[in-house]
Design a protein around this ligand. Sequence first.
Ligand code: SF4
Length: 346
Amino acid sequence: MARGDILQSIYNYSENDLKEYMISIGEKPFRSSQIMEWLYRHKISSFDEMSNISKKFIEKLKEDFSLDLLECVTHQKSADGTQKFLFKLKDGNLIESVLMNNEYGYSICVTSEVGCNMGCVFCASGMKKKLRNLLTSEMVLQILTVEKLTNLKITHIVVMGIGEPFDNYDNVLNFFNIVNNPKGLEIGARHITVSTCGLVPKIKEYADFPLQVNLAISLHAPTTLIRDQIMPINKAYPLDTLIDAIKYYIDKTNRRVTIEYILLKGINDTLECAKALADLLHGLNVYVNLIPYNEVIEKPYRRSSKEDMVNFFDYLKKRRINVQLRREQGSDIDAACGQLRSKHMK
Ligand code: SF4
């Protein structure tokens, strides 16, 4: 095993963690700012590049930390500019990240867990059970590694890759602190979105998080009956408790919530469903994202027809719901979340 494999990654450390580390080794706490700048502004690949840090201190950092990026196993590029990466972690586990080229900048979809236990029936990621939480560093490194491989600057983050981010709550919030820090990657909180399938207690807890990171709810169903069929989380936290949590969050933060809704043919895409959804969301400060389904070969679910998607969208518009029908991205590569990883696993 290489030495870098047993050392802790320095990218697990927020500025405060670094300050505590400095104090613990008898260094000045302000060194934490210098280190942050070297890591995230200058994006060093060796501690020796830190020209304003003493040789002795550099040797101490080398003894304690690794600076390694992630190992890229596969890199796919779509004709529309979407890029998909399969990374191998130090313990051999595989994770995915997706880079999207939007008119407002480059946005990365970050994975938060190795596998997922939520079991949403239409999802390729959920086919592989959760093995462990990702460390903060393994989320930060998805960004740094993609930037290094592509030579692009990422401006937006969505935590919507493999995993349920609120099931790895502390590491995900620490990740936000690092990427948002002005000495870190300096990505504005409003340019970051976290998506949950509906862990009600965590949504309420998240209302107290001081950074204005956007919240998205993977709703995907307008009634308890349908949600029960496609999202097992609804058994633990039924739809009415989820809506209450969304109201609580909006009241407490005064922020708009995004509602993610994947359109599945014959399951949740009828006009009755559109009506039920409009009734459910009436009066709430939400924005609905209608998403064409990326079909997964092992799953029986199909994408809604163009006509049904447009009718659904038009109905919500008519009911004055803020809504967009999301454009499809990366359909010529393994676009569905978890698909690339599944292919590389037995
Ligand atoms: S949709 Fe999200 S929460 Fe549901 S199984 Fe897939 S990764 Fe997990």
